[in-house]
Design a protein around this ligand. Structure first.
Ligand SMILES: Nc1ncnc2c1ncn2[C@@H]1O[C@H](COP(=O)(O)OP(=O)(O)O)[C@@H](O)[C@H]1O
Ligand SMILES: [Mg+2]
Length: 289
């Protein structure tokens, strides 16, 4: 069977901020990625490696320059006649402090804002907002008439994500959107994002410094260093390459780290272990052999 065209294709992307000024900063110096429709992909790299710059290209906040290419769902983003509104409907981007993206007085209005701008008829706005709110765990009846400013930090995050989801994007990008959340809310939100991926087939791009989040949610990882893609592979393959990751200032999930340590002390364990259940099985296997 012929392989379908990936929903996102980035080819040799370069970007310089404040070009031709004394503050010029080269952010990207050759990034390439392919993301298949329906996949869940992670981008990791130390601070300043270019992760946010890459994802801002994907919804048109930054336009690609020659010779770099960004193709989203068959559309070349360097095309000057590109319809940004349509693109942003397709690619939802949630930033690090998504609560800053809230601006309507009432939660329900805020979430319906995007679809209203899109020109969706009134009778479709309500079910859209309801679906999006329920996807993130904000009960529609309970929250739609609440004031946005009265929400807790975690609820604001959820409302902001629901606002992006209400556009029913094909691709959802989360750029460190769970940092600063308490562990329980973060886990709950990740579980909900996983549902979106598994049940709705939504393509997910996750940027997070948390390797546990990566192990839990994504199938494939791209590693950025100094504005370049330096490693790529399945999540398992990437976390099995601990020494290489270390050179780029990155770690592996804690359970994977334990397996690497056992291995370096001569135990024949599989270091491609991603979670506690797998680690437990591996350890039993070794103890019983
Ligand atoms: N608005 C900006 N103006 C100037 N330089 C920037 C801007 N945003 C990011 N940079 C620089 O570009 C590089 C990549 O940044 P960024 O894409 O934010 O990395 P990451 O998200 O991986 O931390 C860094 O050196 C950063 O200082
Ligand atoms: Mg960033």
């Amino acid at each position: 069977m012929e392989k379908a065209e990936p929903i996102i294709r980035i080819n040799d992307l370069h970007h310089t901020y404040l070009r031709n000024t004394p503050l010029e900063a080269v952010a990207l110096r050759g990034v390439s990625m392919e993301i298949d429709s329906g996949d869940a992909v992670g981008i990791i790299g130390r601070t300043g490696s270019g992760k946010s710059t890459v994802v801002q290209h994907l919804n048109g906040l930054i336009r690609p320059r020659e010779p770099g290419k960004v193709i989203v769902d068959g559309q070349d983003l360097s095309d000057p006649s590109l319809d940004l509104r349509k693109l942003r409907q397709k690619v939802g981007l949630v930033f690090q402090y998504p609560e800053d993206q809230l601006f309507e007085r009432l939660v329900g209005d805020d979430i319906a804002f995007g679809p209203r701008q899109m020109g969706l008829p009134l009778e479709e706005l309500r079910p859209r907002a309801k679906w999006a709110m329920e996807m993130v765990g904000l009960g529609f009846e309970e929250f739609k008439d609440r004031y946005t400013f009265s929400l807790s930090g975690g609820e604001m995050r959820k409302a902001a994500i629901a606002g992006v989801l209400a556009l029913r994007p094909k691709v959802l990008i989360l750029d460190e959107s769970t940092s600063g959340m308490d562990p329980r809310s973060r886990k709950e939100l990740l579980g909900r994002i996983r549902n979106l991926h598994e049940r709705e087939g939504m393509t997910i791009v996750l940027v997070s410094p948390n390797m546990e989040d990566m192990a839990e949610l994504v199938n494939r990882i791209y590693v950025l260093a100094d504005g370049k893609t330096v490693m790529t592979g399945s999540t398992r393959e990437i976390f099995a390459r601990r020494e290489e990751l270390r050179r780029y200032g990155l770690g592996v999930p804690q359970v994977t780290e334990v397996m690497h340590e056992l291995r370096s002390r001569g135990q024949p364990v599989d270091v491609g272990t991603l979670n506690v259940e797998e680690a437990e099985q591996e350890i039993w296997r070794i103890l019983n052999s």
